[in-house]
Design a protein around this ligand. Structure first.
Ligand code: CU
Length: 205
């Protein structure tokens, strides 16, 4: 399992890469602009020089931004592929959004409301749909967010690497109690998960 690519890292790296370039460009362009405004003001430089047909300049300002934009695309695309390609052996859990709760259906037909429990160390695939209007399943800790649409199945997957409790939210305004449409993701040790998975079923006995 250690060879598994964790998209969380890739998404964060892409974010920092784009943010870093944006900050550097912002500072660079602002400094150059201020310099030009002062250096070439009308009183000091009444006759502007003609820089047309400067092919070196034109090639530079075409190629450099193209390379920067394509490198952003490359990182974005690879992290996107990481988010979309579900690794083999993932646990599949069905999710249904409804006004205003999340329902989770496990492989053994166990059903929970606003509580998603998964075992640590496994990739988890969530097959998502909606019972009514548009919702959106958002798990910030795992950088995943996808619309829940009635009559359609969408999915996300994440690698449940660390034990703990994480927020699940609805990220698509869906009505009066949209802001209350929250669930909790619990990542527990595998033995605990297996026991938990069976418990509620036995309550019928
Ligand atoms: Cu909702």
């Amino acid at each position: 399992m250690n060879t598994l690519i964790n998209p969380v890292k890739q998404v964060d790296q892409t974010f920092l890469y784009i943010l870093g370039f944006s900050v550097v460009l912002l500072i660079f362009i602002t400094i150059v602009m201020i310099y030009f405004v002062i250096r070439y003001r009308r009183s000091k430089n009444p006759d502007p020089s003609d820089i047309r047909d400067n092919w070196k300049l034109e090639v530079a300002w075409t190629i450099i931004p193209t390379i920067i934009a394509l490198s952003m695309f490359y990182f974005g695309w690879t992290s996107y592929l990481g988010l979309r390609n579900v690794p083999p052996g993932a646990i599949e859990i069905d999710v249904e959004g409804q006004m205003f709760t999340w329902l989770f259906f496990y492989p053994n037909d166990k059903e929970t409301e606003n509580e998603l429990v998964v075992p640590q160390g496994k990739p988890v695939k969530l097959n998502i749909t909606s019972a009514d209007v548009l919702h959106s399943l958002f798990i910030p800790a795992f950088r995943v967010k996808v619309d829940a649409v009635k009559g359609m199945s969408t999915y996300v997957w994440f690698y449940a690497d660390k034990q703990g409790e994480y927020d699940i939210m609805c990220a698509e305004y869906c009505g009066r109690d949209h802001s209350l449409m929250k669930a909790v993701l619990k990542i527990v040790p595998e033995e605990e998960y297996n026991i938990w998975l069976e418990i509620d079923e036995d309550e019928d006995e």
